[in-house]
Design a protein around this ligand. Structure first.
Ligand SMILES: *Cc1c(COP(=O)(O)O)cnc(C)c1O
Ligand SMILES: [Zn+2]
Length: 416
């Protein structure tokens, strides 16, 4: 049974029946899924939730399907790890890592959005799916479509990391590299979706896709024992995740799973080579200036003209939060810091988020005695290229104890 009322325009509040549409016909505003919260609050309780399996579908009433999911039924339920070592290094009291670097099955938070989008596409009778991707979405659409027996067309900027392309093609998806930026790819996908009638997860079924991001925030509240953290720091590409974290906490209050009250304060991070949303926030506004040619190693976040940029900036500002961007050097340093302190190998997006957290702490935007959650959204093993030059090669010695004795002597004398 579904608690979905329909789709609603974020700008003019006009309502639409559930279908593969994403813009308002009247004002071109983005459409969003609307729910019957009164009915949900009667159907859900903390006790009921506690008895369910620990994956994202535990919050099914607040996700936009009419039937049980048919794609990605085991997605989510990732660890929320208390980061004691990192707390010491940063001089903060309580820091948690929401670790979607180990999300099933493709090691990024994109599995959350894709499982919703593909399950919904199937409910709508669409068996061919596609996406415009900066990498992780491509991996996830390809893997989840393969497991569901759906066919997938995946469009990416042609200069994407080789491993992200390989990690898409391996699932048998048709991958099309476009000579252009992500924004060029996205524009083409709108045309293809219109002409071929396929479900493009982040184009015509975007309202459903985006709802999947809420599950990350539901889990954070649940895993903290139904406590609201003071600050949540998240990476921004299109800006969708940040807006859905805000929506998730609003909904948890509406359905009575959290008491009325403030927070969390939301913060966003972007790579310095493509930081339209972060720049807008730092300039004190909500309207962003598109970035024509994104640069830098944070490729998974490189969206120059972010679809939800305006709403992300507004959600952050209204929460009392802020944003920061990180240079390539700062991103690499943060990736290494997280790995060395907490044993979590994140991709550049996680480096961006941790580096942004450090800056916001330095600027006093995040208080050191607060409860802070840092969202790590992707896995470092997927794209090791950004670290090649920073990490270097291991020591090589002959297979003799004498040679190791010498190496160990050097190590210990260097340490002394
Ligand atoms: C896509 C992505 C994001 C953020 O995406 P939004 O478009 O802002 O929702 C964050 N981290 C990683 C690793 C991603 O792949
Ligand atoms: Zn409208």
């Amino acid at each position: 049974m579904s608690f979905v009322r329909g789709l609603q325009c974020r700008e003019c509040a006009r309502t639409y029946p559930v279908a593969a549409v994403h813009v308002c016909e009247f004002c071109f505003g983005p459409l969003e899924v609307a729910y019957d919260y009164d009915a949900i609050s009667r159907a859900l309780s903390r006790d009921k939730l506690a008895a369910r399996a620990p994956n994202m579908w535990r919050y099914a009433e607040l996700l936009p399907l009419d039937q049980p999911p048919t794609v990605g039924v085991q997605v989510g339920g990732t660890p929320l790890q208390r980061a004691k070592n990192l707390e010491k290094r940063l001089g903060v009291r309580e820091l948690w890592i929401k670790n979607d670097a180990v999300c099933h099955p493709t090691l990024s938070f994109k599995d959350r959005v894709v499982s919703v989008a593909l399950s919904k596409a199937r409910e709508l009778g669409m068996e061919a799916v596609g996406c415009a991707s900066t990498g992780n979405l491509a991996n996830s659409v390809a893997a989840n479509a393969a497991a569901a027996g759906m066919s997938a067309y995946v469009f990416v900027p042609q200069d994407l990391e080789r491993s992200k392309i390989l990690g898409t093609m391996v699932y048998g998806a048709r991958v099309v590299g476009i000579a252009g930026t992500y924004d060029d790819v996205n524009r083409l996908c709108s045309e293809v979706a219109g002409k071929y009638g396929w479900a493009f997860v982040n184009v015509n079924v975007r309202p459903f896709y985006a709802e999947g991001s809420k599950s990350l925030a539901f889990e954070v509240a649940d895993q903290l024992g139904w406590r609201v953290p003071d600050h949540i720091v998240a990476p921004m590409a299109s800006g969708s995740l940040v807006t859905k974290i805000e929506k998730a906490f609003r909904e948890l209050r509406k359905v009575g799973l959290l008491p009325e009250g403030p927070g969390p304060v939301l913060h966003g991070g972007q790579g310095a080579g493509c930081s339209p949303i972060s720049d807008a926030i730092r300039a004190g506004g909500e309207s962003y200036k598109p970035v024509k040619t994104p640069t830098g190693i944070a490729k998974s976040l490189a969206i120059g003209n972010p679809a939800d940029g305006f709403y992300a900036a507004r959600a952050i500002r209204d929460s009392g939060g802020h944003a920061a961007s990180a240079t390539d050097e700062e991103i690499v340093a943060a990736m290494r810091l997280l790995a060395e302190t907490e044993g979590i190998f994140t991709e550049t997006a996680g480096g961006v988020t941790l580096a942004a957290t450090q800056k916001l702490l330095d600027e006093g935007r995040i208080r050191k005695d607060a409860c802070i959650v840092v969202c790590v959204t992707g896995n470092g093993l997927k794209t090791t290229d950004p670290l090649e030059s920073a990490i270097g090669a291991p020591s090589v010695i002959p297979a003799s104890l004498k040679a190791f004795d010498e190496l160990y002597r050097q190590d210990t004398s260097r340490a002394a």
